[in-house]
Design a protein around this ligand. Structure first.
Ligand SMILES: Nc1nc2c([nH]c(=O)n2[C@H]2C[C@H](O)[C@@H](COP(=O)(O)OP(=O)(O)OP(=O)(O)O)O2)c(=O)[nH]1
Length: 145
């Protein structure tokens, strides 16, 4: 979930779990039977004590890892929220200027879609091959919303 306000995006530094130490948007795994949007809203509440309002789906990420693991991530964006971003056991909040996103601290694929997503209106579909933290191939396709 990427919440945007006044040219800044609400990122987190993850304190534990998958991608610990990385900068990312808040998010996490689906609970059984849960819808993607509900999951993204819930994880943002759990990690930052912020509730995203009127979030829209902007893209999908498909990851294949060479060890056989695969992962699908739905990407949402919101322009409105309630609450005040607070550090929790899971994450440190980072209100970050969109023009100063620290891609070197993020997942290697993010540089290929995050800035374009935040500064435009298109939807995207990204497919990536990873070996651990190393991205081997990337393919991002955009279409008008
Ligand atoms: N921006 C970005 N996000 C990614 C990438 N790969 C990846 O798993 N994510 C997101 C998806 C999830 O929101 C988050 C990982 O969450 P997770 O659910 O696997 O980890 P977690 O340990 O926090 O699990 P949970 O208990 O909170 O559900 O990172 C990536 O390459 N780029």
């Amino acid at each position: 979930m990427f919440i945007v306000e006044d040219g800044k995006v609400l990122l987190i530094q993850k304190k534990r779990g998958f991608g610990q130490g990385k900068v990312n948007g808040p998010g996490g795994k689906l609970d059984p039977g849960e819808e993607e949007l509900a999951c993204a809203v819930r994880e943002t509440e759990e990690e930052l004590h912020v509730t995203a309002i009127d979030a829209v789906k902007r893209g999908e990420l498909w990851f294949q890892f060479v060890d056989g693991m695969a992962m699908h991530v739905a990407v949402f964006q919101a322009q409105q929220y309630t609450g005040h971003a607070t550090e929790t056991e899971e994450a440190v909040p980072l209100w970050t200027p969109i023009e100063a996103i620290p891609f070197e601290k993020m997942w290697a694929d993010d540089i290929h879609w995050l800035h374009r997503m935040l500064t435009g209106t298109e939807q995207f579909l990204g497919t990536f091959l990873f070996d651990g933290d190393t991205m081997l191939t990337h393919d991002v396709r955009w279409q008008d919303a």
